[in-house]
Design a binder for this molecule. Sequence first.
Ligand SMILES: Cc1cc2nc3c(=O)[nH]c(=O)nc-3n(C[C@H](O)[C@H](O)[C@H](O)COP(=O)(O)OP(=O)(O)OC[C@H]3O[C@@H](n4cnc5c(N)ncnc54)[C@H](O)[C@@H]3O)c2cc1C
Length: 392
Amino acid sequence: MDNTGFDFYKLETFMTDRQRRVRDAVREFVQSEVLPNINPYWDRAEFPREVVMKMRDLDPPIVGGIIRGWGSAGLDPLEMGLVMYELAKGDGSISTFYGVQSGLAMGSIGLLGSDEQRERWLPGMARLEKIGAFGLTEPDHGSDATSIETSAVRDGDDYILNGEKRWIGNASIADVLIIWARDEEGGIGGFVIEDPQHVEGVEICDLQGKIAKRGVLNAHITLRNVRVPAENRLAKTRSFADIGKVLTIGRVGVAWEAAGVAAGAFEHALTYARERKQFGRPIASFQLIQQKLAEMATEVTLMQLMCFQLSQLLGAGQITPGMASMAKYNNARKARYVAALARETMGGNGILIENHVARLFTDAEAVYTYEGTNEVQLLLLARELTGIDALA
Ligand SMILES: Cc1cc2nc3c(=O)[nH]c(=O)nc-3n(C[C@H](O)[C@H](O)[C@H](O)COP(=O)(O)OP(=O)(O)OC[C@H]3O[C@@H](n4cnc5c(N)ncnc54)[C@H](O)[C@@H]3O)c2cc1C
């Protein structure tokens, strides 16, 4: 393996100079800032603010993903994917933070906000002066998020929000919290609560005891008669289909993230297998270990190929929700498998977080479930294939 990481089918030769520069800037950030510092944060289940804030110094910039304008990075879809891939190779909490900030939160405002709303929130978020969160899931509605019950009732120039949200990443440190809620007409809107920690009626408690992505905080939110100015309703949000547009792009990012988790675990296992000796020989010389390495390499390559083409389709405006679901389904499942093979290749050392694979192994569990579980991705894909909605 050369210094560009595992790239067996030489996808790098199909990248532009700028795409390579973006990838290399993130790779350098992961090597110099993430890997040397992340483990104590993970151990304490603490948000690595000092590490994350250094993301804003990257050249080319990456915060804001594919949003063009309003201070955002304006990445192309392949660059956006490479950012997720490289961050996830290092640590899944950092990639999740980036995905929530640049994809779900800024992406909702960029895709569904008015120009005035974009101008108001995006520049500060792009500089990481404002942290974003995306509140869709509720205690009683995860896979069936189309049935969310949080209500938004119009009262003069405000909406009054009531309900509960669960699992919301970045919420307890958020400056811009988007709450998805149902209005009196049955429509769905995205309502931006600014500085939520200081808004009357908002209670945010971080979930404790999480085994995966321990460096990113996920919260339970209770909303009791929370007043939100009507001008804070994202201008183009009327139905669940609007959220679907954000989630389709989000799933492209998560497919890349899963590929990164798998590639990171595989690269660590390959290095380890060449160095670790048992029975007087490197364990990489044993056929049963070679089988695991060859299998991991093949799965990682398939994941990379799928992601590469998915980004081309997104860039060409030809992506469908089913295409994103297929890649999220395949890669999340395979990331779990590859991370487990890598973990076992490293024996007891694979259990220690100091060797990094244990962290990636648990990150794969969260990737498997969030932004739609594997079952949900299969059903979304099958809906596109058959024209029949099994989730209705
Ligand atoms: C680390 C992490 C971070 C997250 N971050 C956010 C965030 O920032 N914002 C946000 O809004 N949400 C977030 N989520 C929530 C996430 O999107 C949900 O966990 C996910 O959609 C699944 O919902 P659930 O956990 O309620 O599981 P459930 O929907 O209760 O599912 C339980 C099981 O039943 C299966 N199932 C459900 N329905 C069907 C069906 N029709 N057919 C077959 N099987 C079915 C599921 O696949 C799953 O295996 C996060 C979750 C995690 C774990």
